[in-house]
Design a protein around this ligand. Sequence first.
Ligand SMILES: *[C@@H]1O[C@H](CO)[C@@H](O)[C@H](O)[C@H]1NC(C)=O
Ligand SMILES: *[C@@H]1O[C@H](CO)[C@@H](O)[C@H](O)[C@H]1NC(C)=O
Ligand SMILES: *[C@@H]1O[C@H](CO)[C@@H](O)[C@H](O)[C@H]1NC(C)=O
Ligand SMILES: *[C@@H]1O[C@H](CO)[C@@H](O)[C@H](O)[C@H]1NC(C)=O
Length: 377
Amino acid sequence: MANLCIQQCLIVVLVVLGSLTTPSDCFHRDHDHHPKTTAALFTFGDSVFDPGNNNYINTTVDFQANFPPYGESFFKYPSGAFSDGRVIPDFIAQYANLPFLQPYLQIGSQYQLAYGTNFASGGAGALAETFPGFVIDLKKQLWYFNEAEKKLRSNLGNRRAERVVSNAVYLFCIGGNDYSTDSTNSSIFKSSTPEDYVAMVVGNITTVLKEIYKKGGRKFAVMNVPAIGCIPAFRALNVAAGGNGECEEEYVALPKLHNVLLSRELEQLQKQLKGFKYSYFDFFTVLNETIDNPSKFGLKEAKTGCCGGGPYRGDHSCGGKTAIKEYELCDNPQDYLFFDSTHPTQAANEQFAKLMWSGPTKLTGPYNVKSLFQLSY
Ligand SMILES: *[C@@H]1O[C@H](CO)[C@@H](O)[C@H](O)[C@H]1NC(C)=O
Ligand SMILES: *[C@@H]1O[C@H](CO)[C@@H](O)[C@H](O)[C@H]1NC(C)=O
Ligand SMILES: *[C@@H]1O[C@H](CO)[C@@H](O)[C@H](O)[C@H]1NC(C)=O
Ligand SMILES: *[C@@H]1O[C@H](CO)[C@@H](O)[C@H](O)[C@H]1NC(C)=O
């Protein structure tokens, strides 16, 4: 408790440096309507959300970011997050007045977990076939959640634990890796139609949502899959194939299919499951608009990454630890959408988190994440 409290204050001091609030009360919340409610945040997903869980698994540097220059803009050390600083759930936790939530594999289950934790893992997909053996796939993340839920019961007692679970927000960013070039080269992809494959990916996501609902979870915030074909890594592939660095259209079409099905499934779940409430964040549209008009989001460069090599710095070589050793590093990551070949900068993550938190219904609805936090169960 004390540790968490001190960490949160430090983070708050670092983050707001004399602006909005003074952290006089570590756990002060502006719960206008439900002063006794504590809404925790449990995060699931891939590298866009991973705060460093992959530091603790047996994987390769291809699935890790625990070396410089990762983390340089905020932590001043490579925390393991796939960015120059904080990831989206770090900002959401801050807006919700929660303490900074550590990777679950770092803290283990010894913490009381009453504020939530983060299970996300770089490279993870909804399918067990996505980078098997190198990542914590979604099903394993659910397994860790079940472990955490048991621990909550023994720490807080059943009644308080049940209130934590039912008031918590469950945040998801998963699916992008199921459409990576490795995944579309897999036998399971090749033996299905794109429609059937997408249905499997979305089916595995909805299975996990239902399992959490069965445990008492009610508030879900789910990001859709952006046009991964437009990230620097795919523009570089486009150049390698003789193009001019355009988006790779197959990897725009698959996310589109995914998103149609995902939004339909979420609507169904809300109809079928009493009390199920959700926020669907249209990351596809938000990323598209950021790429087309970066200045609208306070950014300058949305096609080339800050750190990496080759065209668009689309080689996965940031930090020089992977197969390719050469890389370039920009000195103004705050102006870039992408920090490396694949992952957003902290500056972009902050813009996305703001939109998820309190953006308009057409981008984050029917509830935005702020209104999910305010619901009381
Ligand atoms: C980690 O993986 C490597 C290569 O797959 C293997 O040789 C090693 O025994 C593994 N270590 C652990 C602790 O599982
Ligand atoms: C696709 O898979 C085959 C067989 O596993 C492999 O030889 C080939 O290099 C892969 N292609 C790509 C583009 O990853
Ligand atoms: C989940 O994915 C597996 C492949 O890993 C597939 O066999 C199964 O049908 C999927 N489940 C759903 C509900 O779509
Ligand atoms: C964004 O969407 C518009 C409209 O569909 C399209 O013309 C544009 O090329 C897209 N931009 C990117 C970067 O995909």
